[in-house]
Design a protein around this ligand. Structure first.
Ligand SMILES: Nc1ncnc2c1ncn2[C@@H]1O[C@H](COP(=O)(O)OP(=O)(O)OP(=O)(O)O)[C@@H](O)[C@H]1O
Ligand SMILES: [Zn+2]
Length: 638
């Protein structure tokens, strides 16, 4: 490592950008300031919440509701008054933070909590040619990785674990775990009752199955004008927990090898007491702030760790619905589940528990249900502090251009050989990475049916993370984002359809589209190929994007170490990048685990130890890291 005098000189000259002023960000700003960094810019889009105060120590109760970036600045200036801190209370994806904005910094430091923003910053750093130090923590696990264009992997060189999805039929018909009931309650029922009524929803499927019966079930979710709210609540209850279950039972095949669920009707669980109870709600719990309306409070239930009985869950279910329709009427139709929305969590807990009771699955407390629904791993302040320290160490090396000492460092949950931190050398860029190299992707679609809109929304925006796309086929402009006039939209759609229609069927070679994100200055080529059929269960988009091959060195190393197909960055991201704003559960991607008696080698030791890895697929196992050093040595930076 370079001498300390040169580290202090690079620090004095440095202008750094921090993105995120949350758990990691507060620690990071403090450490940067105390290390002598004179010019720090911070972007954070959030305001301070009470739940941040236990670990985001720059914030106090009196700051709740204020900008994190601004309050963090003020707090640090109290003990380091002479440094420059520039706060931006804004989304890093805003157009003002473009490539030119990024170019002014010597290094960018991420303290973010979601994949979308991380990808965006990665691409801007690549375009602006500014090094990025990336980080993440989940509970006791954490990581700091270094991304320098052309020298190391970019943040997207390795595929990130997709949020876990469940087969639709498991959720709608055959749940076997509590998490299935939560996904049903949150993504289907809650969305159907309080979100956008027009969205596709598998509760509809169930309803229309029965459309031939005397009841016009399509209308069940529609609250009729003047319909008594409690009556409506019971109708929903009976429909989803009673009638739909009976309907499911009528398909005997399904239950041949499964335990049959039991229909539950509100009259069997509840007496008329509920109506009286509801009568008190208006006067006791009227409240202007929607998020503090609570069905639990209105029923005098206090402890979120209690597991409610079926009767209690049923009462919460009905009271929560009632409160949504009486106290939060304006939001109905626009709500999506938010783990910080007490009433939403109460409703989802109750609905999931009633469904669980029906399917013989153990019930859970609100606290547990909230953790599952919000995909919450409780944050550990110490992990954030350790990670922030490591970010600063790597930032200094980057500023010194001390390439051979760059390290990706992983914070483990359990020390092994007294080591809690595992540093590894960064990997070279993945030549097959569509972000930092020019490798095209392949997209299979049915060129007869595909719509430009679906391609843009499901592939370009959702999968490739492009915010402001522009799509070309040779010199034909197919699409550009922004406020495009309707007639232009039609022309673009016709353009794409024309291009697709001209493909010979079946297409073997494909047609190359160029997709460019104007803001990120990121270009990606997609080879479109025709495919006739898609498996609706597994390929619900009707399009399959592929072509992201593993790094060449992976294949070379296959015989040496199981699981080296992914870098350590990948292994750790499985643990660290729980997408907090995702409502589904993060996938248990393939995890790598060192045997208990393994020696995690220190960097100095590396020539001596060559431990093999086990590949495990068990969701509950601790994720630790790839300690195989052959692989590190072969990919060492030159
Ligand atoms: N696109 C973005 N632009 C700017 N800031 C962002 C963006 N995405 C996330 N952030 C910020 O990154 C920070 C991440 O911090 P942290 O992981 O501690 O999350 P939190 O929201 O403060 O806490 P929690 O999610 O645990 O309640 C947050 O302050 C959040 O506002
Ligand atoms: Zn890359």
């Amino acid at each position: 490592m370079a001498s300390s005098s040169s580290s202090s000189s690079v620090i004095k000259e440095a202008k750094v950008l921090m993105v995120g002023a949350g758990g990691i960000g507060c620690e990071l700003l403090k450490t940067l300031a105390l290390s002598g960094f004179p010019d720090i810019h911070i972007i954070d889009m959030d305001t301070i919440e009470v739940s941040n105060l236990n670990r985001q120590f720059l914030f106090r109760q009196s700051h709740v509701g204020q900008s994190k970036a601004k309050v963090a600045r003020d707090a640090v200036l109290k003990f380091r008054p002479h440094i420059n801190i520039t706060p931006y209370h804004a989304n890093v994806k805003d157009p003002e933070f473009d490539v030119d904005f990024f170019k002014q910094f010597n290094v960018v430091l991420n303290g973010l909590d979601n994949l979308d923003a991380r990808r965006h910053v990665n691409r801007l750093c690549l375009s602006a040619n500014v090094p990025l130090v990336e980080s993440g923590t989940t509970g006791f696990l954490g990581q700091v990785t270094v991304h320098v264009k052309g020298r190391t992997e970019c943040y997207e060189c390795q595929p990130k674990p997709a949020p876990k999805t469940y087969p639709v039929c498991t959720i709608t018909s055959t749940p076997s775990k509590f998490v299935h009931c939560i996904v049903w309650a949150k993504d289907l029922l809650f969305a159907k009752l309080f979100g956008d009524k027009n969205q596709d929803n598998d509760l509809n499927v169930r309803s229309s199955d029965a459309a031939s019966s005397s009841e016009n079930v399509e209308d069940v979710f529609e609250r009729r004008k003047d319909e008594d709210i409690d009556q409506y609540g019971r109708k929903i209850f009976d429909h989803v927990f009673g009638y739909n279950i009976e309907l499911a039972l009528s398909n005997e095949e399904t239950w041949k090898n499964r335990n049959k669920p039991k229909p539950i009707y509100s009259k069997d669980v509840l007496s008329d007491e509920l109506t009286q109870q509801n009568g008190n709600l208006d006067k006791n719990y009227a409240c202007d702030d929607g998020f503090s309306v609570s069905a639990m409070a209105s029923l005098g239930m206090k402890n979120p760790q209690d597991i409610w009985s079926l009767k209690e869950n049923s009462r919460i279910f009905l009271v929560a619905q009632r409160l949504f329709f009486t106290k939060r009427e304006k939001e109905i139709g626009n709500l999506s589940f938010d783990k910080d929305d007490q009433l939403a969590v109460e409703f989802v807990t109750a609905a999931a528990n009633i469904r669980a009771a029906s399917f013989g699955i153990p019930l859970h407390s609100l606290f547990e249900a909230k953790g599952i629904a919000g995909n919450i791993v409780h944050a550990v302040a110490t992990t954030n502090a350790v990670i922030a320290g490591l970010i600063v160490i790597e930032a200094i090396k980057v500023l010194q251009n001390d390439v051979k000492n760059y390290r990706m460092t992983y914070c483990l949950e359990h020390p092994s050989r007294n080591m809690l931190l595992m540093p590894v050398e960064p990997f070279e860029p993945n030549k097959s990475c569509y972000v930092c190299s020019e490798t095209p992707l392949t997209l299979e679609i049915n060129t007869n049916h595909s719509k430009l809109k679906d391609f843009v929304e499901k592939i370009v925006k959702a999968k490739l993370g492009m915010n402001i796309p522009l799509i070309m086929c040779a010199s034909n402009l197919l699409y550009e984002a922004g406020d495009v006039e309707n007639d232009m939209v039609a022309i673009y759609a016709a353009n794409l359809e024309k291009v697709l229609a001209e493909l010979p069927s079946p297409v073997t070679g494909g047609t190359m589209l160029t997709v460019e994100d104007m803001q990120q200055e990121f270009v990606c080529n997609i080879n479109i190929k025709h495919r006739e059929e898609f498996d609706e269960e597994k390929e619900p988009d009707g399009m399959v994007l592929s072509g992201w091959t593993q790094p060449v060195s992976t294949a070379e190393n296959k015989d040496k170490s199981v699981g080296n197909g992914s870098s350590t960055a990948d292994a750790s991201t499985a643990a660290v990048e729980s997408e907090k704003d995702e409502i589904e559960i993060v996938s248990p991607s393939r995890k790598r685990k060192l045997p208990d008696d393994s020696n995690i080698p220190s960097v100095a030791d590396e020539a001596k130890h060559h431990k093999q890895l086990q590949v495990i697929d068990d969701e509950d196992d601790l994720v630790v890291l790839d300690g195989n050093l052959d692989c590190f040595k072969q990919r060492r930076l030159t």
